[in-house]
Design a protein around this ligand. Structure first.
Ligand SMILES: NC(=O)c1ccc[n+]([C@@H]2O[C@H](COP(=O)([O-])OP(=O)(O)OC[C@H]3O[C@@H](n4cnc5c(N)ncnc54)[C@H](O)[C@@H]3O)[C@@H](O)[C@H]2O)c1
Length: 315
């Protein structure tokens, strides 16, 4: 008989979290979603609520949590600059106190724990593409630091809990991921461009648009999460998960205008501070350890994402 695991997903009502909960339920697991609904919504989970193996708990991870679980995916943290800069102190607390509380929980119940870290730990990188061995170039006192340094400190805590308490940890460094259920108004580039294109409004490009980004479709990322959680205990990461296909921001804007048959023009604006010029994952390690690589190309992923936002607008 299939034995159900009890799996905690913090930040489970958010973009990535809701896809992860869905995937885990489809695999027959028992899922507890914990979220304070800062950026996540119940709408993201509405289709899962009737499942008796799914529970949702309103809780802020900056406070301790006492539950019995076998595995923890720690995703709680606002991910877009607009949201994480809204209350920067709370952002750092969510990453740091959240990590301490979830690691403490993992220690008490001997659960395996995965951290959703980020390519932002590499800051504005001098190495391109970024391998996991690169230590990063991060401004400790800038407006993005609450997120970047919070995530770096969380990684430190994960590794120290592993060294000090032999906790089974997994650290994933996620690069730009997109797909249905991204927050519509958080200024992230893919959702922003799609909404502007659907409304025939000018597409706002910061800088001259030659800065590059790589975009990973959500289903590919979730597959990477699951494979990482299932690796042998000795493998702890950090491991890059992302799509190395590189596009300039201008190329992305033009592609979205074309795919939505939009009348939008492109509006160049000044670049915000600390915006990295280039970001691209080196996913050699994920290929070796997880036998993983992204399968969904930009065109296919954008088609699904555009459909989601077009439907959302009709509601
Ligand atoms: N989407 C990406 O491209 C990307 C890239 C790198 C890293 N990540 C990381 O992945 C995770 C999920 O990102 P996402 O894109 O789904 O963002 P999201 O904002 O949609 O999801 C984050 C979730 O965490 C919840 N949350 C925030 N603070 C909380 C707190 N104190 N207590 C409990 N819940 C809290 C929010 O309500 C939301 O549901 C984040 O940790 C983010 O840093 C995402």
């Amino acid at each position: 008989m299939h034995s159900r695991k009890r799996i905690l997903v913090t930040g489970g009502a958010g973009f990535l979290g809701s896809h992860l909960c869905e995937r885990l339920l489809n695999e027959g697991q028992d899922v507890l979603c914990v979220d304070n609904f800062f950026t996540g919504t119940k709408d993201n989970l509405i289709h899962l609520l009737a499942n008796p193996h799914f529970e949702v708990m309103r809780h802020d991870v900056t406070f301790p949590l006492y539950v019995e679980v076998d595995e923890i995916y720690n995703l709680a943290c606002p991910a877009s600059p607009i949201h994480y800069q809204y209350d920067p102190v709370q952002t750092t607390k969510t990453s740091v106190h959240g990590a301490i509380n979830m690691l403490g929980l993992a220690k008490r119940v001997q659960a395996k724990i995965l951290q959703a870290s980020t390519s932002e730990v590499y800051g504005d990188p001098e190495i391109h593409p970024q391998p996991e061995s690169y230590w990063g170039r991060v401004n400790p006192i800038g407006i993005r630091s609450c997120y970047d340094e919070g995530k770096r400190c969380a990684e430190t805590l994960f590794f120290d809990y592993h060294r000090q308490h032999q906790l089974r940890i997994k650290v994933a460094r996620i690069f730009n991921t997109y797909g249905p259920r991204m927050h519509p108004n958080d200024g992230r580039v893919v959702s922003n461009f799609i909404l502007q294109a659907l409304r025939n409004e000018p597409i706002t490009v910061f800088g001259d648009g030659t800065q590059t980004r790589s975009f990973c479709y959500v289903d590919d990322l979730i597959e990477g999460f699951i494979r990482l959680m299932n690796t042998e205990n000795e493998f702890i990461g950090p491991i890059n998960l992302g799509n190395p296909g590189e596009f300039t921001i201008l190329e992305l804007a033009e592609k979205i205008v074309e795919m939505t048959e939009s009348k939008s023009t492109i509006d160049l604006r000044p670049l915000p501070s600390d915006d990295p010029r280039q970001r691209k994952p080196d996913i050699t390690l994920a290929g070796e350890k997880l036998k993983w690589k992204p399968e969904i190309n930009l065109e296919k992923g954008l088609t699904k994402t555009i459909k989601y936002f077009a439907d959302l607008q009709k509601k």
